[in-house]
Every structure is written in structure tokens, then in C-alpha cells.
Write a protein of this length. Sequence first.
Length: 295
Amino acid sequence: MSSQKPWRERWAGLFFVGPFLLLFAVFLVWPTISGLWNSFFNTSLAGVEQEFLGLQNWREMFSDSAVWSSLKNTLIFTAMSTPPLVIIALVMALLANRTGVLGWLLRFAYFAPFVLPATVVTLIWVWIYEPGFGLVNGLLTAGGFAEIDWLNTENRAMLAVVITTVWWTVGFNFLLYLAALQGIPEQVYEAAAIDGAGERQKLFRITLPLLRRTTALIAVLQLVASLKIFDQIYLMTNGGPNYATRPIIQYIYQNGFTNYRIGYASAISYMFFAIIVVVAVLQFKLFSGSKETSE
């Protein structure tokens, strides 16, 4: 009996994780393998007979200027959106980390936009940016400045999308920071106050150092999320004007589901996937190195 008990426990564990493993294999492992396989064929949604192309899709991708321009737009958006989404979330969490009615009001106000769907958010901000009656241009004209067609000007459209994204998604990072702040023991601040530390010293000597791991987590999550930008750009500018805001995922979508070139879209997808993996590994190494230095 005793020798059979470990086997029963293993089968019981497999019974519980089996449904997850099945879903993981069907919806992640198989599509991943299938996508890589398709990148070597002229797979199409138009019903064309599949033909093996070898590395032809990959060679075409590296010589396609639209791939690199859309990748550049993605990196620009990531560089513009990631720092404010981390810094503003931290400031918001510090402001909301208080008791009383004001603290709960701030928490609700900061997190509420995050629960809105992308269609609602983009509709609101398209109206805000609209020339003639939009809120932003109304403030500009009231201040004596000329109106700006934000979403139809090449050097303004990306900034408009970044502002919309920060307003919409900063609430999630704020929630992570707030949870981390509430996990800091109050006794630490009481001991610092006894030693004569002021509010500024508490912030820079206690709060921010203890939030270092949370900041690393938020930075990694936000970087990956910004690299996957698609919804708000597609709904607000559709990649325009003159492809100035078209991200790499939208170009993949256009090739796969507009031009019906699934094989070529798969090749671009795996190139972009490799970039995300490299960036994530570099960030992991960077934060691991800083953690070891601090210790």
C-alpha cells in the first residue's frame, strides 16, 4: 500500500493540471508551432494551394521597408509611453496611499479609466482631439493659440495616441504600486521618524528603495504591453497619417487578414517575437544586476 501511494498522488496531480495542460497545448503550443511552420510556405486565406518557399518569406521581410518603418513606430511609441506610465503611476499611488474619503476617491478616479473598453476610450479621445469643437483645441484657442489637427498631423498623431494610452492604462500600474505601498510595514516609518527623518528622507531612503522590485515588474510588464500596441492606434488613426503611427502588429494584421498572406505575416510575427524575447531578457539581466549590486 505504501509503495502505491506516491503513484496515486502523481495521478491525482495530473488529473488536476490535465485540463490546463490541454488548453495550453491547444491554444498556445500548437498555434506557436503552426505559425512557425506557415512562415516557410505561401499559406493564404484565399484558398491558394500551399507551396513550400523555404526562406523566401524571411528574405522578403528583411528587404521590406514597411516592416522596418512600422517596427520603428512601435519602438517610438514604446519609448514615449513606458516612462510616463511608470512614473505617473508611482506619483498617483503615493497620493492615493492615505486613509479617509479622499484616498478612496483618488483610487476610484485613477483606476476607473482602465476598466473602459478600447472602443469607448478611443471614441472619447477622438472627440477631445477633434478640430472645431474638441476640448484640447478649445483650450488652445482660448489661450490664443492656433488649432492643431492632432490625429491627421504626422508629428502630432503619435503623441496624441500616447496621451490617450497613458490616461487609459496607467490605472493598472497605479494599482500594483498601491498594493506594494500598503505592504510596507508602518513600523519602518515610525522608526525613521524617531531617528528624525523627514518626509523627503522617508520617501527617498525607505519608500522608493522598497518599491524597487515592484518598479522592475511594472517596467517589464509595461514594456511588453507597449510593444504590443494595436487597438488604440487602429481605432484612432488606422496607422495614419501616411503610415506615421502604423505599428508592426497592424502591418502583420494587414498582410495576414487583408492581403491573405498568412505565411508572410507569420514570418514577421516571429521576427517581432524574437525582438520581444531579447528585450525581456535584457531587462531581466539589467534588473538582476542592479539587485545584486544593491545587495
